[in-house]
Design a protein around this ligand. Structure first.
Ligand SMILES: NC(=O)C1=CN([C@@H]2O[C@H](COP(=O)(O)OP(=O)(O)OC[C@H]3O[C@@H](n4cnc5c(N)ncnc54)[C@H](O)[C@@H]3O)[C@@H](O)[C@H]2O)C=CC1
Ligand SMILES: O=C(O)C1=NCCCC1
Length: 312
């Protein structure tokens, strides 16, 4: 008889998921994905269904990584929350399967996985693309992704200054109280961005929050929000002037409003840079447009499950 699935709650997942193990696994799988051997890493573009009555979307993100025998899917609900900050903007559940039988081995809360793997992939892009001398980090948006990005970026890199700015001063101040470490809270995005070497956009805005004329030439931008074809975080000037990197070309062509609506050309997948088949143009202004991938959730879920299992 097939084993019964275990349920791993968010705090259990968080306990077993470490950036130190996650980052090398993500680098490996991003490289394999971009090698394009479709039988090795199978990941269709996510299917996304609108939840009209609640300004939301439900995304289904299946992935199969053959050589590691990982079969997984994440279901993620995400919302445009205009006013009501008490409602969550993202909820996620991850199912990890036994690939041989097709039964579910684990049902996991997917929030910690989503927060950490997204921030880890942004950090991988930054390692490759940010200016060699990066003193000033600026984070636009002060929600959940801002927290995980702050944690990993300040752990991996040393900045002289970290700046944050959100839509309201209240959310920025709440963020500053939640994370450990120094930062300056700005009320003007333009002032926060001025002179920054590395800019992270983690907003739920559907209109541009970052404008090319504000961005220091040579800076690197990790753009994490705007994951719908009609949503923007970056304006046309920035999209036109920067060299554009993505997690997947296929996903970007279908889901990224910044790419579709600006008509910008994608230069490379981050996996291609990791493989050495496309260059990291560090001296130019670069944008990494992140949309999120099922394979990222899959390697994270496997790490969590294996650690949980060996703790039993
Ligand atoms: N690329 C990826 O893999 C993933 C992307 N996302 C996306 O990342 C974005 C952020 O996610 P969460 O942090 O979970 O959302 P959240 O709701 O916790 O935080 C969003 C933040 O953006 C701020 N914001 C909204 N409009 C703004 C503006 N015009 N200027 C500055 N700040 C503004 C809000 O005040 C809030 O602090 C969302 O769009 C989400 O869909 C989420 C998960 C994975
Ligand atoms: O990859 C993910 O997870 C998500 N991507 C875009 C929007 C919400 C979640």
């Amino acid at each position: 008889m097939a084993e019964q699935p275990v349920f791993l709650s968010d705090d259990v997942v968080a306990r077993f998921l470490s950036y130190d193990e996650l980052i090398p696994k993500l680098e490996e799988v991003l490289g394999q994905f971009s090698r394009g051997v479709s039988s090795e890493v199978v990941q269709p573009v996510r299917s996304v269904m609108p939840i009209h009555n609640h300004h939301g979307y439900l995304g289904l993100m299946p992935a199969y990584i053959a050589h590691e025998d990982i079969l997984c899917t994440k279901m993620v609900a995400f919302y445009r929350r205009e006013g009501n900050l008490n409602l969550p903007s993202t909820q996620a559940t991850v199912l990890l399967f036994n690939p041989e039988y097709g039964n579910v081995r684990a049902v996991m809360d997917g929030l910690d996985i989503t927060h950490k793997r997204t921030a880890a992939v942004s950090a991988i892009s930054a390692k490759l693309l940010m200016p060699a001398q990066s003193d000033v980090l600026c984070i636009l948006g002060c929600g959940h992704q801002a927290v995980s990005h702050y944690e990993i970026f300040t752990r991996l890199f040393s900045f002289k200054e970290v700046r944050v700015c959100s839509r309201t001063l209240e959310t920025a101040e709440r963020f500053a109280a939640r994370v450990q470490g120094p930062m300056k809270v700005f009320t003007s995005a333009e002032e926060a961005v001025h002179g920054a070497d590395l800019i992270i956009t983690v907003t739920n805005s559907s209109e541009p929050v970052l404008f090319g004329e504000w961005v220091k030439p040579g800076a690197h931008v990790a753009a994490v929000g705007a994951c719908r074809p009609d949503w923007r975080e970056l304006d046309d000037v920035l999209m036109r002037d920067a060299v554009i990197y993505v997690d997947t070309r296929e996903g970007a062509a279908v889901e990224s409003g910044d790419i579709i609506l600006s008509g910008a050309e994608v230069f490379a997948e981050v996996g291609e840079v990791l493989n050495g088949t496309r260059p990291a143009l560090r001296n130019k202004t670069t944008v990494f447009k992140s949309l999120g991938m099922g394979i990222q959730d899959a390697v994270a879920a496997k790490l969590v499950f294996d650690k949980w299992k060996s703790s039993q």
